[in-house]
Design a protein around this ligand. Structure first.
Ligand SMILES: Cc1ncc(COP(=O)(O)O)c(C=O)c1O
Length: 481
């Protein structure tokens, strides 16, 4: 939430107090260099003891509320029929307006079950934009993912409020070309992750829903970041300026046949759900739940996390909670823009993003500029970010490199975890990096896994630039920084 200061500026202010803390440590530059080399220039392979500010992801790393922690203490650990399940069922009915649900261990488990049930070889799965694990599951079942984003989506410097919209003309054309029977469902991702946490509008969702219904195609929402998308609708779409987050969430879900979510984001827990009002969809997926996850009343989740999710679902509809990371991100992005750092605009949910192809224009996509930027950020600050570019885009079935649509370093802002001074530190180190951008070189894979290579792949810094960058940083800030 923002408060208006006397000079007219808006200040994002925390609507909570911090009562449990976890120590962090800023390892000196020489240690960071050794850690980065050990990690194969892949930020996923760093140990957290070497990380100062962890902006790798907002997934499972958010601060839980006192009410969530309290709810975990009354969890019912029965194998079948546990009361925790029924408390989550009540929350899903109240908050999402949905009757049937399946608990799973996290978002990709939901994608797995949905893909297994509905995607067949040759199918075309239509989406506003893919997510890494989503595409992997749909392709593993023999489907092809068609991304029907608008011409604004990939512009990193934009003022368009809804870059996550689906292009309605492209949608009509794709259905005409492939036929409705080849399309198992249309998937709309809230606060679209890989293009910079960008929302879609309610108007666009309604258009997609209308077309889907006309052709008898199922519409699925990936609601992992639904509270943030609802918050952007409230702030950016005139019809909803006075609506509550809860009403917007319900209105969004009323347009869809089914939703799934990673609970690790908007609800601040570790788990996930698939939910629907259509009994036949629930019945089609349910047989697979005990095979891959667990019995219906816990699925892939611990009963403690089920209790915390029941509370987290209700809390995510509080304006203060829905806006907690979005407003800090808006401040972060504004500060980056002020300092001339090429941040993705407008600010989205989940993270501030830096366009590596603009910050490091001398690096072609073949040497992974976003991966290089993520490594350079760590070397010069101890801040861990995530590559969202060509490294995160797997090769095609013939083994050819597929260039990412964008080359972004993602600075995730977990909910209620970091403060303004952390953000100011990050901006300052990015400023230094911008002035020393010529010291950053490219990367090359030395170990490359066949699928989702960004998780475990190892790379090397071409020409040994990492050591030169660390030395230049140490010269300016001293050995302890
Ligand atoms: C939009 C979206 N969908 C699905 C997933 C996968 O969820 P999980 O990491 O819980 O498996 C993520 C994770 O970041 C996501 O952002």
């Amino acid at each position: 939430m923002n408060v208006r200061l006397t000079d007219g500026r808006d200040l994002p202010i925390e609507m909570h107090k911090v009562r449990i803390v976890q120590r962090t440590r800023l390892a000196p530059a020489a240690e960071r260099l050794a850690a980065m080399q050990e990690a194969g220039y892949n930020t996923f392979l760093l140990r957290t003891r070497d990380v100062f500010i962890d902006m790798l992801t907002d997934s499972g790393t958010n601060a839980m509320s006192d009410c969530q922690l309290a709810a975990m203490m009354v969890a019912d650990d029965a194998y079948a029929g546990g009361e925790s399940y029924y408390r989550l069922a009540d929350a899903i009915r109240d908050v999402l307006g949905l009757e049937h649900f399946l608990p799973v261990h996290q978002g990709r488990a939901a994608e797995h079950l949905i893909a297994k049930t509905f995607v067949k070889p040759g199918h075309k799965v239509i989406t506003n934009y893919h997510f890494t694990t989503t595409r992997a599951h749909f392709e593993l079942m023999g489907g092809e993912v068609l991304e029907l984003y608008t011409s604004e989506a990939l512009k990193t410097d934009s003022t368009h409020p809804f870059k996550g919209n689906m292009d309605i003309n492209r949608l009509e054309a794709a259905i005409a070309e492939h036929g409705a029977e080849a399309i198992p469902f249309i998937r709309m991702e809230c606060t679209t992750n890989l293009i910079g946490g960008q929302p879609f509008s309610m108007a666009n969702l309604r258009d997609v829903s209308r077309i889907a219904r006309r052709h008898g195609i199922m519409l699925i929402l990936d609601t992992s970041l639904i509270s943030e998308n609802a918050y952007f609708i409230k702030r950016r779409e005139a019809e909803y300026f006075d609506a509550s987050i809860g009403d917007i969430v319900k209105a969004m879900l009323a347009e869809a046949d089914m939703m799934y979510m990673s609970g690790r984001k908007s609800t601040c827990v570790r788990g996930g759900i698939i939910a629907t009002n259509r009994r036949e969809i629930f019945d089609a997926i349910r047989p697979w739940l005990p095979v891959y996850e667990g019995f219906l009343t816990y699925g892939g989740m611990s009963s403690k996390e089920i209790e915390a999710m029941a509370v987290g679902l209700r809390e995510m509809t509080d304006l203060e909670v829905a806006s907690s990371s979005a407003d800090l991100i808006a401040h972060f992005v504004a500060r980056m823009v002020e300092e001339g750092i090429p941040a993705v605009t407008p600010p989205g949910g989940l993270a501030g993003h830096v366009d590596a192809s603009k910050l490091l224009p001398h690096l072609p996509q073949t040497v992974y500029p976003a991966g290089a930027l993520a490594a350079a950020v760590y070397l010069t600050s101890g801040v861990r970010t995530m590559e969202r570019g060509t490294v995160s885009t797997d090769r095609d079935v013939h083994g050819n490199e597929v260039m990412g649509d964008l080359e972004l370093a993602r600075f995730a802002v977990p909910r209620r975890v970091y403060t303004m001074s952390h953000i100011e530190y990050v901006v300052d180190r990015l400023k230094w990096l911008k002035e020393h951008a010529d010291l950053v070189g490219g990367l090359r894979f030395v170990e490359e896994p066949p699928v989702l290579r960004f998780f475990f792949g190892k790379m090397e810094d071409l020409g040994g630039w990492g050591a030169r960058l660390a030395a230049a940083f140490e010269k300016d800030f001293g050995p302890e920084a």
